[in-house]
Write a protein that binds this ligand. Structure first.
Ligand SMILES: CC(=O)SCCNC(=O)CCNC(=O)[C@H](O)C(C)(C)COP(=O)(O)OP(=O)(O)OC[C@H]1O[C@@H](n2cnc3c(N)ncnc32)[C@H](O)[C@@H]1OP(=O)(O)O
Ligand SMILES: CC(C)C(=O)C(=O)O
Length: 573
């Protein structure tokens, strides 16, 4: 196959290849995610530490309450030794009765330095469920550049740090605190696997995990540098080699430097991870932490309960935007303004047909559309499930076709245009978008439709305005129609006969020199009940023109006569 790409002048010599894992009998590709993992939100820690303007106490509290309301049971609430703001926030939620629900565990991060550990553990006094999360970098470049130490020195930092956490917890925390421990070898993904394992084992030897005493080993892709598949290989390798595996909660903490954090988290779960750390909408250092909303909604869209409530996604977004003082991108999966919207014709056509088919399938089964499997093309989930309406599903511009325009008329005005009329009207809209560019809103579409097809009582246009009509049918089924109308500004009475009101009206129109031939006729009710309106569509040949008219009325005969008038007036317009 020909590839005409040419070498670029980019300085590729500056970058090394990421090392693969030797694990030919990997099993993760065959696994599926069938249940939600444990989630930890680090919005208040990793998310917060990446903000230009870190959250104020009020913004932190709003974020905490949102996370609790959504259903997160593990929440990293800060880095209390970083300063007074984080410390005070942790104290405030512990001290306020009921602020932290019984089943929610708060977690706090610290470096492996004694003074910081003491202050960190102290911040948790009185908490019901709390975890101290200790980290130190283990990756080669950090050993050399940051700590300037050997592997043994670096392992010792982790081991000593763990011992100090236990000592201070023993000293400062009472019986009321169900105390947990988490350790992270920083940039796990750049650390030699056997060394990462050795450090984790050293930490476990101190903590002594066992029944009712789990340890969380969190393996961060602090900077994402490999493909998600290699990331998964590393998780499978660790899962196979860790001792005391049944007491280890293996946690994944991807960042999004390559833009594949979501995939990295999902593949790590397939490779045995039990828990995911991330932030809402992918907030976090640089390109962000993995996006917990996308991960949760990906599960939902596969029929797996994320155990998190995303049903009011716009409220979640509003709170998030207030807390972070940032905006969610319009293309952000599941929440962006444009993610349930199609502009292009073929997408809109398929969406409209999809909605119609859903309705028909549900009707055939005698259930509602909410009871059958979602199958609308181009919409991975039903926008209604996250609190969105169908209003924005189709938006019309120069890339749109008849299906989209017909969808708007059906959805907003209950008008189910016949196919050839859709084509006719979409040409009218197309002429506008070609001439003016930009979007044509549903309001614009309706205004154009009304102007094109319906009488305007304030400013009547066209040769004929019908005021009243009466029809009688004789024993042979012949209709006689009498119509009071204004024709070219003159009040007049038109009479005609035919084998139905429409043909009688055509006959009446012959008397004023208008020759109309019926090509197609369709009608439908627009709503249920006594005050139901009907819409009639008529396609006729008038002189050398073929065009459609529409009539809307509570009475179907009147609706059909109005449709004829609509077509006749359009022909002369
Ligand atoms: C990957 C991550 O996201 S990790 C979390 C990072 N988050 C944050 O750093 C936010 C909060 N941090 C802070 O407020 C501050 O860094 C503090 C208060 C914790 C510490 O501040 P300072 O004492 O001024 O130290 P500073 O931030 O410069 O840290 C560098 C020192 O800590 C050491 N260090 C860095 N990480 C660790 C660690 N995990 N364990 C032990 N020591 C560490 C470095 O080697 C360096 O030591 P040196 O001064 O002897 O060279
Ligand atoms: C502290 C650790 C888990 C971290 O935030 C990272 O490595 O990204």
């Amino acid at each position: 196959m020909a590839n005409r790409q040419q070498p670029s002048s980019m300085p590729i010599h500056k970058y090394g290849r990421y090392e693969q894992v030797d694990i030919p009998d990997r099993t993760w590709p065959d696994n599926r995610i069938t249940v939600a993992p444990r989630w930890l939100s680090t919005d208040l820690r990793d998310g917060n530490q990446a903000l230009i303007d870190p959250m104020s106490p009020a913004r932190k509290r709003a974020m905490f309450d949102l996370l609790v309301k959504m259903g997160y049971k593990e929440i990293e609430v800060g880095f209390p030794a970083s300063g007074q703001t984080d410390y005070d926030f942790v104290r405030s939620i512990i001290e306020e009765p009921g602020a932290i629900p019984e089943d929610v565990t708060i977690s706090v991060l610290t470096q492996a330095r004694e003074d910081l550990i003491e202050r960190t553990v102290e911040s948790l006094r009185g908490a019901h469920r709390a975890t101290v999360h200790l980290y130190n970098a283990t990756a080669p470049v950090f050993r050399r550049v940051v700590f300037r130490g050997s592997k043994d020195d670096i392992k010792q930092i982790a081991v000593d740090g763990t011992r100090l956490v236990m000592e201070y917890a023993e000293k400062l925390l009472g019986e009321e605190t169900h105390f947990g421990y988490q350790y992270s070898p920083e940039i796990f993904t750049d650390t030699e696997l056997d060394f990462a394992l050795e450090v984790c084992e050293g930490v476990m030897d101190v903590w002594q995990p066992g029944p009712d005493r789990e340890i969380i080993l969190n393996l961060p892709a602090t900077v994402e540098r490999s493909t998600p598949s290699t990331h998964a290989d590393r998780f499978e390798w660790m899962g196979r080699h860790l001792s005391r595996r049944e007491f280890v909660c293996l946690s994944v903490h991807p960042h999004n430097d390559r833009g594949t954090a979501v995939a990295a988290a999902e593949l790590a779960l397939m490779a045995g991870a039990d828990r995911v750390e991330g932030c809402l909408f992918g907030q976090g250092e640089r390109t962000g932490n993995v996006d917990l909303v996308t991960l949760g909604m990906n599960l939902f869209s596969q029929g797996v309960d994320p155990q998190i409530d995303f049903s009011d996604i716009d409220e979640i977004r509003r709170t998030w935007e207030y807390c972070n003082q940032m905006e969610v991108h319009p293309r952000h999966p599941y929440v962006g303004d444009l993610v349930y919207t199609s502009f292009s014709g073929s997408h809109q056509d398929a969406i409209k047909k999809g909605f119609d088919a859903m309705e028909a399938d549900a009707k055939a089964k005698g259930v509602t559309v909410d009871d059958i499997e979602w199958a609308v093309p181009y919409l991975p989930i039903d926008p209604k499930d996250v609190g969105r309406s169908y209003e924005a599903v189709i938006r019309v511009n120069s890339q749109s076709g008849k299906g989209g325009i017909a969808y708007v008329l059906k959805n907003d005005h209950k008008l189910d245009l016949p196919r050839r009329m859709q084509i006719e009207f979409s040409r009218i809209i197309q002429a506008k978008t070609d001439a003016e560019g930009g979007e044509v809103t549903p309001k614009d579409i309706w205004a154009i439709f009304e102007d094109e097809y319906l009488p305007n009582p304030d400013n009547p246009w066209g040769r004929i305005q019908v005021k009243n009509g009466q029809s009688t049918t004789d024993r042979d089924g012949i209709d006689t129609l009498t119509v009071e109308a204004t024709v070219d500004g003159e009040d007049t009475v038109l009479t005609g006969t035919g084998n139905g009101p429409i043909s009688a009206f055509f006959d009446a129109l012959q008397s004023i020199g208008i020759d109309v031939r019926l090509l197609d006729y369709q009608e439908h009710t627009m709503s249920e009940g006594a005050s139901a309106q009907a819409a009639s569509y008529i396609e006729c040949a008038i002189d050398d023109k073929v065009l459609w008219g529409i009539g809307i009325d509570a009475n179907t005969t009147r609706a059909s006569l109005k449709a004829v008038v609509s077509a006749v007036n359009r022909a002369a317009r």
